[in-house]
Design a binder for this molecule. Structure first.
Ligand SMILES: NC(=O)c1ccc[n+]([C@@H]2O[C@H](COP(=O)([O-])OP(=O)(O)OC[C@H]3O[C@@H](n4cnc5c(N)ncnc54)[C@H](OP(=O)(O)O)[C@@H]3O)[C@@H](O)[C@H]2O)c1
Length: 283
């Protein structure tokens, strides 16, 4: 069985990928900055390379004897002062250099749906700059472009629990978010697929309004939805871009952009948002 190096195993998606790889019998080594997190997840005996992927010296040799690298490393919500260029671009570039030096067969990278069309957004620009490096690296590759994860949709439940869901415009933009486990299946399938780019969405296309209503339904509450005019979204986005640092406004910039377009990808998996919301509402 091939040996896989998984970078990002401590994140939402990385955890599902790790589970999927082990279930399929792959030999897995994880590249993480805190080995304790992987051990706490119930893998005391897993091979772990504890290193700082942002520091090329620290990851030297991490890809020796590895066949395939999978990286989900990227900044989502964490605030450790680093920029998307430091992590999404440069840290993944450091890993790609190691992969190339070690003669790795394939590099699988998780970008985001439509990132190639939204390069005016900082996170997308950094990811796509790395994608360009990857495409020109000479290493076989697959870029996974997932839609929003169910983990991010939990915000709808939080708003519904507080009594009101806020939507932009008329709430009519549509998307098909995906569960981490369904996405992990695609990422692991990519180890042996010829595809160089795979867009991934979940099995149901829903409008933001439908997602809001689903959140209330899961809590057994009548829906209360407020609509934020699009001019206000644009004002907030512009003000954040002008008045705050990218390390502060980056996640909001991405969110405020993708909430104003349809985000629809080919449908994968079977897990529904309704099941996910019901699980959350029972916690
Ligand atoms: N969430 C979404 O809806 C969504 C949608 C499309 C694409 N994506 C992309 O998919 C990827 C995975 O997302 P996710 O939700 O699984 O993210 P996540 O839970 O935040 O996990 C990110 C992973 O990257 C690692 N990481 C971040 N900064 C690092 C740094 N400075 N040095 C070393 N490691 C670092 C984290 O390690 P630590 O545990 O040590 O922090 C973690 O393992 C990301 O690139 C994200 O942009 C996400």
């Amino acid at each position: 069985m091939e040996r896989i190096l998984l970078a990002g195993a401590t994140g939402y998606l990385g955890r599902f990928i790790l589970k999927e790889l082990l279930q399929r019998g792959y030999q897995v080594k994880t590249l993480v900055r805190d080995a304790g997190k992987v051990k706490a997840d119930g893998y005391p005996d897993l091979e772990i390379c504890e290193a700082e992927i942002t520091d090329p010296g620290s990851i030297k040799g991490c890809c020796d004897t590895i066949d395939v690298v999978i990286s989900t490393v990227g900044i989502t919500k964490q605030k450790d002062g680093l920029s998307y260029m430091d992590v999404d671009f440069q840290a993944n570039t450091n890993l790609l250099e190691e992969a190339r030096r070690a003669g790795v067969r394939k590099f699988i990278y998780v970008s985001a749906l439509n990132a190639d069309k939204l390069t005016h957004v900082a996170i997308c620009r950094a990811k796509e700059m790395f994608v360009e490096k990857l495409k020109n690296s000479g290493v076989d590759f697959c870029v996974i472009r997932p839609n929003g994860f169910f983990s991010d949709m939990a915000e709808f439940i939080t708003m519904a629990q507080r009594g009101r869901v806020y939507l932009f415009g008329r709430g009519l933009f549509r998307s098909n978010p995906v569960h981490g486990a369904d996405l992990a299946t695609v990422c692991v399938d990519a180890v042996n697929l010829p595809d160089q780019e795979i867009e991934v969405g979940g099995p149901e296309i829903l409008s933001h309004e439908e997602i809001g209503r689903l959140a209330f339904e899961s809590l057994g509450k009548p829906p209360k939805i407020s609509y934020i005019p699009d001019w206000l979204r644009k004002c907030v986005l512009r003000s954040l871009q002008l008045l705050t640092k990218q390390t502060f406004h980056g996640p909001a910039e991405f969110f405020l952009t993708v909430m104003a377009i349809d985000m629809i990808a080919p449908e994968y998996g079977s897990r529904t948002l309704k099941e996910f919301f019901s699980g959350l509402s029972k916690q």
